[in-house]
Design a protein around this ligand. Structure first.
Ligand SMILES: [Zn+2]
Length: 213
């Protein structure tokens, strides 16, 4: 079972990818992990990727696709895998399809974890962080014992810039612009599966396992 996870930052797709990986015993693959592993092992692809990363440049699509294709050809992917955070763009998606087609395989499901922007913005704006010890909380889902005071060290909590509504909104705009076309792409390919990501985490997972049956 070869799966691609789609969903906005903050929609919870990483959590769902991890749960799919555990239940079906297939690797959860993120491009970040692939980059790190290749750089650590000093592979040719890893060395190439590192030159871009060291220069603060984006790793080009062809190289990212090469790294992903190389990863999914490994033995532990024989029964499938969950790709998380890749592809991000149509050129990446097409390049991946073409590379897989050479081996006579294709992606089985593109699962889109759908959460309206307002919900994501609300979720994020409820996060609180302790600048002193790094502990993180959520005013609704993981509240502190005393409002705005860190349970661990007693310092005051802040809303990080990354979690502020205007920052989250910008990130979501970029996501929609780049990744929304992928949803259409996989829909046309007949492999798009949409789930309601506003539900409880376990219910979302239940919906996903139904779709994968
Ligand atoms: Zn603290």
């Amino acid at each position: 079972m070869k799966i691609i996870m789609l969903g906005a930052p903050g929609a919870g797709k990483g959590t769902q990818a991890k749960m799919i990986s555990d239940k079906y015993n297939i690797p959860h693959i993120s491009t970040g992990d692939i980059f790190r592993a290749n750089i650590k092992e000093g592979t040719e692809l890893g060395k190439k990727a590192k030159t871009y990363m060291d220069a603060g440049a984006l790793v080009p699509d062809e190289l990212v696709v090469d790294l992903v294709v190389d990863r999914v050809a490994k033995d532990d992917c024989a029964n499938g895998y969950v790709l998380d955070g890749f592809p991000r763009t149509i050129p990446q998606a097409k390049a991946l399809d073409e590379a897989l087609a050479k081996n006579g395989v294709k992606i089985d499901f593109a699962i889109d974890v759908e959460v309206p922007d307002e919900n994501i913005i609300n979720r994020m704006s409820g996060r609180r962080a302790c600048v002193e010890c790094g502990a993180t909380y959520h005013i609704k889902y993981a509240p502190t014992k005393v409002e705005n005071v860190c349970d661990r060290c007693g310092n005051e909590l802040i809303l990080r810039d990354d979690d502020k509504p205007e920052t989250v909104k910008k990130r979501l705009d970029v996501y929609h612009e780049q990744t929304q076309p992928l949803i259409d792409y996989y829909n046309e390919a007949g492999i798009l599966a949409e789930v309601d990501g506003t539900k409880d985490m376990m219910d979302v997972f239940g919906d996903i396992t139904e779709l994968l049956k």
